[in-house]
Design a protein around this ligand. Structure first.
Ligand SMILES: N[C@@H](CCC(=O)N[C@@H](CS)C(=O)NCC(=O)O)C(=O)O
Length: 335
């Protein structure tokens, strides 16, 4: 009996962790974000609600495939005059990264499948910051017992604890770009959209049906830090629980058709790019990194594959993948 209770408690913990995939977002007030001057030359984005369901039979049409480096299908498009002007401005005035800011010891406490953690990872990998990963066990969270903060991600930077994905990114960015001006409205808007909207669309999709819930928990429990028994309990119990919880989340966030909501979000993002390679122009900015980060863990799941097949997000997603540097572990530095 006691052991059954223990198992039920653990299952509840896993379910909470999995539910937080979408149900919790930034409740802290977003700090003033700073970003490079390029975006202040305002690209106009249209937050269009139109989206296309045009099915694409492949990941990308073969003539559009990224063949390496930064080549891309969108490169042939003519950018607006404003965009060109902004790039010129960028070349002249873009504050230089603070090359002297190289943290020595960066440790990310994470769940492998957590969208917020993946947002921070996208930032670290894009900027090629070496970091060590500590995979937290969602059942007992013993790896973060030392902290009062009970969620992940937690980023320890040379002994300083940073929490809340967007705040972590802001702080790190500011240290690397101390001369940057306040982040432009467009980037702020889309970063907020990720925290307020995009993350809420994910859970109803990845736990949409019993088979998708099982697929997601197989991924979560395979990649995560679970003991053998925990893995079994979490996989089947968690999948069943989250299947039902996701229906509640759907209601809470006024989602009627979860796939349509995911496709709409993906195409809304592509519309925001407005012909640019990235929201940041020729290079990703913090909004690109946020969208990419939260979508990355679903990419291999059915929902992520469906999203790529049925929307126009695939090309941008591949461009973003090509921008990521391989993860360098601080533990391996100098070896
Ligand atoms: N606003 C926070 C949300 C973090 C969050 O909700 N993380 C989830 C994992 S995806 C969590 O740790 N939930 C608590 C739990 O597992 O008990 C952020 O952006 O970092």
């Amino acid at each position: 009996m006691a052991s059954t209770m223990r198992k039920l408690n653990r299952l509840a913990a896993t379910t909470r962790a999995a539910a937080s995939f979408s149900s919790t977002t930034t409740t802290t007030t977003t700090t003033v974000r700073r970003h490079s001057i390029i975006q202040t030359a305002s690209y106009k984005s249209t937050m269009s609600n139109t989206f296309s369901y045009t099915p694409q039979s492949h990941w990308l049409p073969s003539h559009n495939r990224v063949t390496g480096g930064r080549s891309c299908a969108g490169c042939n498009r003519t950018f607006s005059t404003a965009a060109t002007a902004a790039r010129d401005l960028d070349e002249k005035e873009l504050p230089q990264s603070n090359k002297s800011y190289v943290p020595n010891d960066v440790v990310l406490y994470q769940y492998q499948a957590c969208p917020f953690c993946n947002k921070v990872k996208a930032f670290l990998e894009y900027y090629d910051i070496p970091y060590k990963i500590v995979e937290v066990n969602p059942m007992n969270k013993k790896e973060i017992k030392w902290s009062d903060y009970r969620k992940v991600p937690i980023l320890m930077v040379d002994g300083e604890q940073m929490v809340n994905s967007s705040d972590i990114i802001d702080k790190m960015y500011q240290r690397m770009h101390p001369d940057s001006v306040t982040e432009d409205a467009e980037t702020q808007k889309w970063r907020r959209w990720v925290d307020d909207h995009l993350v809420h669309v994910l859970s109803p999709n990845i736990y949409r049906s019993p088979s998708e819930a099982l697929e997601s928990f197989d991924y979560i429990t395979t990649k995560g830090n679970f003991s053998f028994t925990e893995r079994l309990v979490a996989k089947y119990g968690g999948a069943a629980a989250m299947y039902f919880v996701s229906k509640k989340l759907k209601k809470r966030h006024n989602i009627t058709d979860e796939r349509a909501a995911l496709y709409e979000a993906a195409d809304t993002w592509v519309n925001a790019l407005n012909g640019r390679q990235y929201l940041g122009g020729s290079e990703p900015n913090l909004a690109d990194l946020s969208v990419f980060g939260v979508l990355r863990p679903i990419r291999e799941l059915k929902s992520g594959k469906d999203m790529v097949e049925n929307t126009r997000i695939g090309e941008w997603f591949m461009r973003m993948e090509s921008q990521m540097k391989p993860h360098r572990d601080t533990a391996l530095q100098g070896s």
